[in-house]
Design a protein around this ligand. Structure first.
Ligand SMILES: NC(=O)c1ccc[n+]([C@@H]2O[C@H](COP(=O)([O-])OP(=O)(O)OC[C@H]3O[C@@H](n4cnc5c(N)ncnc54)[C@H](OP(=O)(O)O)[C@@H]3O)[C@@H](O)[C@H]2O)c1
Length: 265
């Protein structure tokens, strides 16, 4: 009997599978994943050595713990295909925005327990941030394995379900904006004469180090900003420019638009 299954194993599924295997949550023989295509199956077999199938029902037949790691628009179709094989012993984990515990349960079988993860792609390098919520009455042993899995590819927090869409915006979507920030910092470096590779390293390591400062110093981000900002110096000139260009408002509006879209999905 396989233990952990993934319906879909693309960007997010692969990151999760990698974390599970790297942290020894289970062996590769205890994992089964499904793909739409045979080439996807070959990729998972080659990268992870796991069993891979184009028949999504096999995942449910072999595994009592099933992650729904397909794009949100395929949730309905995949749930219709797997429903005949679901039992009350299964735990279904949705990772898509807007697919609530109730939405998943209604399309499964009565009595089945559901959970939701909201991971992000930094999980690929073991630095994910994953929000988790689950049905009340989730058995303790299942709760324990779910949290172990969520912690295998980064940090995790259990949150009330009403905050899952917020987590989707603040940690799920925002890596894209951080990459845009890094790219624009590096573009500026190139304009100033830095070689491209050097500009990316300087920009990326600065973002990494600054995030670590926030997480590890316990200081308010504003206080950390003040520490960089000498009176009459260079940094305060840049801060004036960012304030004038509305950076903070733009970032807030971007995350709010993700949140609003997530609620409608
Ligand atoms: N990417 C993110 O940053 C992120 C963050 C948080 C949550 N999520 C959620 O994670 C989920 C997966 O996203 P992703 O970025 O990993 O997508 P993805 O890279 O496109 O991967 C989707 C996977 O599903 C498979 N698939 C597609 N249709 C299928 C079907 N009908 N039956 C079975 N398998 C099917 C694909 O197979 P092939 O390999 O053969 O194409 C692929 O392995 C989404 O619900 C998304 O909202 C993503």
């Amino acid at each position: 009997m396989k233990k952990i299954g993934f319906c879909g194993c693309g960007n997010m599924g692969s990151a999760m599978v990698k974390g599970i295997l790297d942290q020894g949550i289970c062996g590769k023989e205890d994992l089964i994943v499904s793909h739409l295509t045979e080439s996807g199956c070959k990729r998972s077999r080659r990268e992870f050595g796991v069993e891979a199938t184009t028949n999504v029902a096999d995942v449910v037949k072999y595994s009592p713990l099933v992650f729904l790691a397909v794009k949100p628009q395929f949730y309905e179709e995949v749930l219709t295909e797997i429903r005949p094989y679901l039992t009350t012993e299964h735990v279904l984990v949705g990772i898509a925005p807007g697919k609530t515990l109730d939405w998943i349960r209604k399309r499964a079988v009565t009595g089945l327990k559901a959970a939701r993860f909201m991971p992000n792609t930094p999980a690929m390098v073991g630095e994910g941030m994953t929000a988790v919520c689950m049905d009340e009455g989730m058995p303790e042993d299942k709760k324990e394995i779910l949290l172990k899995i969520a912690g295998s590819f980064g940090k995790t927090q259990v949150v009330p379900e009403r905050l899952m869409d917020a987590a989707g915006a603040v940690s799920g979507c925002s890596p894209a904006f951080v990459y845009q920030f890094i790219e624009s910092m590096a573009d500026a470096g190139v304009l100033m004469g830095m070689p491209r590779a050097m500009a990316y390293e300087f920009a990326s390591q600065t973002v990494l180090g600054s995030a670590k400062m926030v997480l590890e110093s316990g200081l308010h981000p504003g206080e950390l900003k003040d520490m960089v900002t000498s009176p009459g110096g260079t940094t305060i000139e840049g801060i004036r420019t960012l304030e004038r260009e509305g950076m903070r408002g733009a970032v807030m509006e971007a995350l709010i638009s993700c949140w609003e879209k997530g609620k409608k999905m």
